[in-house]
Write a protein that binds this ligand. Structure first.
Ligand code: SF4
Length: 446
C-alpha cells in the first residue's frame, strides 16, 4: 500500500482504442483531483480495471485481470464494456467494490471517492492541459462520439454503449489543439460511426476559438486540418456526404486515408447484417474517390462465413476485392457474440467452410496488397518515425509509417541509417523494397 499520504490508484486498461480513450479521461480526472497513478498493484490503494466485453476471449481476459487485481491488491473498481453485461463481473468476482459500464467517468469517480477520499488540496496544476495519454506521445486517438444508431446484427456495441452521442465540436477541437500543443504529430479520429458525427444534435453549431463550427464530419475535419498535423479518419461509413472530405485529402489538408468497414459485398448478406449504407454502389464510390484523390488509401474490414453466406455470396465478395483493389484489408470469420441478433439467423456456416473461405479471401487480398506496395518501391515517401532501435551490430534503425499506414493495424516502414532520428520526426525517405505488408527504405539512393 502507499507509503506517503497521497492516495494512489492503480489502473489496468484492456480492449480497443475506444476503451483506451475512456481510460485516458478517467486517468486525467484522477490526476486532476490530486490522486497519484501507481504502476504496481502493491503500491496502489485501490485499482480500477477498464474491461472489454466484445468477444468471449476478451471477457475471459477481463475477468482474469480483475481476479489478479483482487489477489494482489484487494480493492477493485471495474468499468468498461464488460461492466455493462449484467451480473457477469459480480458473479465471477463478488468482492469487487463497484461495477460500471463504459463511458462512465462520473460513476467511476463516485466509486473512487467512496472508497478512497480525494486529497484535500488537489494539485490541479499538475495536469497537463492535454490530459494523460496512453498512446505514444507523437500520435493520439481523438474520440468524437460515443455509441451508435445502427443495429448491425453481428454487433452488440449499441446495446452496451447506447445510441450515438456526439461530443461538442468545440470540446473535440480544443482537445485536438491541446494534443498538438503537447507535441502530437498525428491525430486519429475515432468513434463507432465517424460519418454520423452530429446527427444526434442535428449538426448544430458549436464554437471553437470564437467562431462557429458545425457538429459535422466535414466541418470538423476542415477545422482539424488547420492544426498542421496528420489527421487520419477511422470508421467512416460510405454515406454520400463522405465525398465532401475527399477534396480535403486531395489538397493535402488531411491524410488521404479512409477506413471504411464494408464487411461484405453481397447485397443479400449486407441486408442480413443490417449494415448502414449497404445500398450504396460502393465500387462506383471508390472509383469516384480515386478520381478526385488518386493516392487515397482505402482500408476496410470484412466478415467471411456470415450466417446464410452461400458460395455465390462469397464469390461476389472475392469479385469485389478484385475490382475494388483496396489497399489495406482485414478479414475475420464470423463468430457468434453473446447477445447479437445474428446468432439466431438460420444457415450458420460450418467452421471448416469459414476457415477455407478466410484462406481464399486472404490469398486474393495478399496478392492485391503486395502488388500495391510494389508500386511504392523507388518512390519518395514522408514517414512518421514511431520507434528508433539499435540492432545487435550497433546500427541505428527506425520503424515508421507512411501516410498510408495507421498505427497498430497497417504495415510499417523499416528505415536503415536512422542515426539522429527520434520518434515523432517526419522524414523524407526512398522506398527500397516491399513485401505483402511492410516497406523498407532510407536515405535516397542514386
Ligand atoms: S455501425 Fe454496426 S458494427 Fe458499427 S458499432 Fe454500429 S451497430 Fe456496431
Amino acid at each position: 500500500m502507499s507509503s506517503n499520504n497521497t492516495p494512489k490508484v492503480g489502473f489496468v486498461s484492456l480492449g480497443c482504442p475506444k476503451a483506451g480513450s475512456d481510460a485516458e479521461r478517467i486517468l486525467t480526472q484522477l490526476r486532476a483531483e490530486g490522486y497519484e497513478i501507481s504502476g504496481t498493484y502493491e503500491d496502489a490503494d485501490l485499482v480500477v480495471v477498464n474491461t472489454c466485453g466484445f468477444i468471449d476471449s476478451a471477457v475471459d481476459e477481463s475477468l482474469d485481470a480483475i481476479g489478479e487485481a483482487l489477489n494482489k491488491n484487494g480493492k477493485v473498481i471495474v468499468t468498461g464494456c464488460l461492466g455493462a453485461k449484467s451480473g457477469v463481473v459480480q458473479t465471477a468476482h463478488p468482492s469487487v467494490l463497484a461495477v460500471t459500464g463504459p463511458h462512465a467517468l462520473e460513476e467511476v469517480m463516485t466509486a473512487v471517492h467512496a472508497n478512497l477520499p480525494k486529497p484535500h488540496d488537489p494539485y490541479v496544476d499538475l495536469v497537463p492541459p492535454q490530459g494523460v495519454r496512453l498512446t505514444p506521445s507523437h500520435y493520439a486517438y481523438l474520440k468524437i462520439s460515443e455509441g451508435c444508431n445502427h443495429r448491425c446484427s453481428f454487433c452488440i456495441i449499441p446495446s452496451m454503449r447506447g445510441d450515438l452521442v456526439s461530443r461538442p465540436v468545440g470540446e473535440v477541437l480544443n482537445e485536438a489543439e491541446n494534443l498538438v500543443n503537447a507535441g502530437v504529430s498525428e491525430i486519429l479520429v475515432i468513434s463507432q460511426d465517424t460519418s454520423a458525427y452530429g446527427v444526434d444534435v442535428k449538426y448544430r453549431s458549436g464554437f471553437w476559438n470564437g467562431r462557429p463550427v458545425k457538429t459535422r464530419m466535414t466541418e470538423l475535419t476542415k477545422s482539424l486540418s488547420e492544426l498542421g498535423v496528420w489527421v487520419r479518419l477511422h470508421y467512416v461509413y460510405p454515406y454520400p456526404h463522405v465525398d465532401e472530405v475527399i477534396p480535403l485529402m486531395a489538397d493535402g489538408l488531411i491524410l488521404p486515408y479512409l477506413d471504411v468497414p464494408f464487411q461484405h459485398a453481397s447485397p443479400r448478406i449486407l441486408k442480413a447484417m443490417k449494415r448502414p449504407a449497404s445500398s450504396e454502389n460502393n465500387l462506383a464510390r471508390i472509383k469516384a474517390w480515386r478520381d478526385i484523390c488518386p493516392d487515397i488509401t482505402v482500408r476496410s474490414t470484412f466478415i467471411a462465413g456470415f450466417p446464410g453466406e452461400t458460395e455465390d455470396d462469397f464469390q461476389m465478395l472475392l469479385d469485389f476485392l478484385e475490382e475494388a483493389q483496396l489497399d489495406r484489408v482485414g478479414c475475420f470469420t464470423y463468430s457468434a457474440v453473446d447477445g447479437a441478433s445474428a446468432n439466431a439467423l438460420p444457415d450458420q456456416v460450418p467452421e471448416e467452410v469459414k476457415q477455407e473461405r478466410l484462406a481464399r479471401f486472404m490469398e486474393v487480398q495478399e496478392r492485391i496488397s503486395a502488388a500495391k506496395l510494389q508500386t511504392k518501391v523507388g518512390t519518395m515517401q514522408t514517414v512518421l518515425v514511431d520507434e528508433v532501435v539499435e540492432d545487435e551490430d550497433g546500427n541505428i534503425e527506425a520503424i515508421g509509417r507512411t501516410k498510408a499506414d495507421a498505427p497498430e493495424i497497417d504495415g510499417v516502414v523499416y528505415l536503415a541509417d536512422a542515426e539522429g532520428l527520434t520518434p515523432g520526426d517526419f522524414v523524407e525517405v526512398q522506398i527500397y523494397d516491399a513485401d505483402g505488408h511492410d516497406l523498407w527504405g532510407g536515405p535516397p539512393q542514386d
